[in-house]
Design a protein around this ligand. Structure first.
Ligand code: NAG
Ligand code: NAG
Ligand code: NAG
Ligand code: NAG
Ligand code: NAG
Ligand code: NAG
Ligand code: NAG
Length: 453
């Protein structure tokens, strides 16, 4: 009996240690199973290679069980040794994902590449190394797309997306610590730059090493150029987003977002772009926070500005198709400012737009006697009413000066909003990667077309 009991104990201990090991989380290195594999019991990754010689595509989709710590390394798939045109990698449902440099080095070998991480938990991104044959590769590099959905990303490194003719980047439902300066490097045109339902602590500099981002022509994609929607960014560095575009009309929108400190030129847009900045709250706008000089429509509506430097909106130049409606500005004290439209922070080309001013008493005063507080509330209400009336009067008086643009054809913007829904987006990344390769019809330049399949 005794030895047997020992056996049971040993077995229990073994099981326990097994569980412990699981919990301690030996990271799992994601791998495509060998195509002739018999054992399919532990396969997290499905890897499909399109056999067509003219358009070689590898599609790798790894689904984990929400508990695994995952390492993406060069062991995933031998990208380098294939005559690939397009490489798509998706990692789903992990408790953490580490995208290592060795993976990025290999993945980059295909001309058209895309990476999606969905529900990846704690996502660590290594810096992307330069392509190891950049000179030879230069004429073939077509596309890089990265989509991050529902992850916690402590840092997005500099030059994360690099050296491609076109790029796309999307963050949704995620938290980001730091978005490093120049996370885009040597991307000739961006198809989309999308942040949705996401909290970013800091954007520390221009998103592109070049200091500006060129948006691509729309004809080949349905995605919106720049879109910040329901985003919270604590600190947005000066010149963070400097966008240009020529030819067809692109879109830049910042909607329903909370931006903390907005540096000078944090949103700079020039060229054939229509700009929508609507329903946001800005904690503090520095001098010329927005520099908008575009040929498209400009909407700056329903924003709340908590504090601002005197020339905060000087850079927003109005023209025929400009709408500045129902914005609210908080002012520090009641000193007649509310009645003085020329003190409003807009560029003179905008005339005297309708503006609601709210007097915010310094916090210290509110904490004093309630009588004072009541009195202050009275004043605030009074000022609000006066400001409302003043706003209406100014609107009425200046109708001839400020030509307001009430859109009767605003629909395309909303249509695009729907198109970039969560369901469509990841597929789009895939499709756009394929489309890119098909468009240019190139194969991995590191291998000629006679390479073995
Ligand atoms: C790729 O090819 C090189 C040489 O042709 C070889 O040394 C290397 O092991 C191959 N890598 C993989 C992952 O097959
Ligand atoms: C991924 O996780 C989500 C939420 O936990 C779950 O609804 C979904 O079924 C999971 N998918 C897979 C493939 O495990
Ligand atoms: C995420 O990773 C960072 C650094 O690797 C670590 O400090 C942090 O605790 C992790 N967070 C979670 C929730 O695992
Ligand atoms: C906005 O984003 C937050 C996460 O930052 C999310 O919890 C919330 O549901 C989003 N709101 C809408 C209306 O999508
Ligand atoms: C913004 O981009 C334009 C090019 O479109 C460039 O001339 C300008 O210098 C950039 N601004 C800054 C502050 O880098
Ligand atoms: C503004 O309107 C005037 C005349 O109505 C027109 O000549 C001009 O081209 C318009 N400007 C823009 C930027 O649409
Ligand atoms: C309105 O503001 C401008 C500039 O801030 C100032 O020069 C002018 O005196 C003010 N007018 C009134 C009536 O307060």
């Amino acid at each position: 009996m005794k030895p047997r009991r020992n056996h049971v104990l040993c077995l229990l201990l073994l099981m326990a240690s097994g569980f412990l090991q699981d919990a301690a989380g030996e990271p799992i290195v994601a791998k495509c199973p060998p195509s002739d594999a018999e054992d399919t019991s532990n396969e997290f990754c499905k890897c499909d290679q399109n056999p067509s010689r003219s358009n070689r595509v590898i599609t790798i989709k790894c689904k984990f069980n929400d508990k695994e710590d995952v390492l993406l390394t060069d062991e995933l798939y031998p990208f380098r040794n294939q005559t690939l045109m397009t490489a798509y990698v998706r990692v789903e449902n992990a408790s953490s994902v580490h995208v290592t440099e060795s993976f990025l080095r290999e993945w980059q070998q295909a001309p058209s590449i895309a990476l999606d991480v969905w529900r990846g938990g704690n996502l660590t991104l290594d810096p992307t190394p330069e392509h190891d044959n950049i000179k030879r590769f230069a004429s073939y590099k077509t596309f890089v797309g990265v989509g991050i959905v529902k992850c916690y990303v402590p840092e997005i490194p500099s030059m994360f997306l690099r050296d491609r003719a076109r790029g796309g980047f999307r963050l949704k439902g995620s938290r980001v610590g730091v978005l490093r300066e120049g996370f885009l490097h040597n991307i000739e045109e961006m198809r989309y730059l999308v942040f949705e339902d996401t909290v970013v602590d800091k954007v520390v500099g221009s998103v592109a090493t070049e200091g500006y981002v060129t948006l691509s022509k729309r004809e080949l994609h349905s995605w919106i150029g720049l879109r910040l929607s329901n985003v919270s960014i604590n600190s947005l560095a000066k010149n963070a987003f400097n966008l240009t575009h020529k030819s067809d009309m692109e879109t830049a929108m910042v909607v329903n977002s909370m931006l903390g400190t907005v540096g000078t030129g944090a949103l700079t847009v020039a060229g054939d772009v229509s700009v929508t900045i609507t329903g946001n709250t800005f904690q503090h706008l520095q001098k010329e926070a927005f520099k908008i000089a575009v040929t498209g429509d400009v909407k700056f509506d329903e924003n709340v500005i908590k504090s601002f430097d005197p020339d905060a909106l000087e850079g927003l130049v109005c023209h025929n198709h400009t709408s500045l409606e129902r914005n609210t500005v908080h002012v520090g004290k009641f000193d007649g400012l509310a009645l003085n439209a020329s003190a409003a922070p807009f560029h003179e080309s905008c005339g005297s737009p309708q503006l609601f001013m709210v007097v915010t008493p310094p916090a210290s005063r509110v904490t004093s006697a309630t009588a004072v507080a009541t009195w202050l509330i009275g004043v605030i209400l009074l000022v609000l009413v006066v400001a409302l009336v003043a706003g209406v009067i100014y609107t009425w008086k200046t109708q001839g000066l400020v030509l307001r643009y009430y859109t009767g054809r605003g629909a395309p913007m909303y249509l695009n909003g729907r198109k970039s829904s969560q369901e469509n987006l990841p597929n789009s990344a895939e499709i756009s990667a394929n489309a890119e390769a098909a468009e240019t019809g190139v194969s991995n330049p590191m291998y000629n077309t006679t390479a073995p399949s």
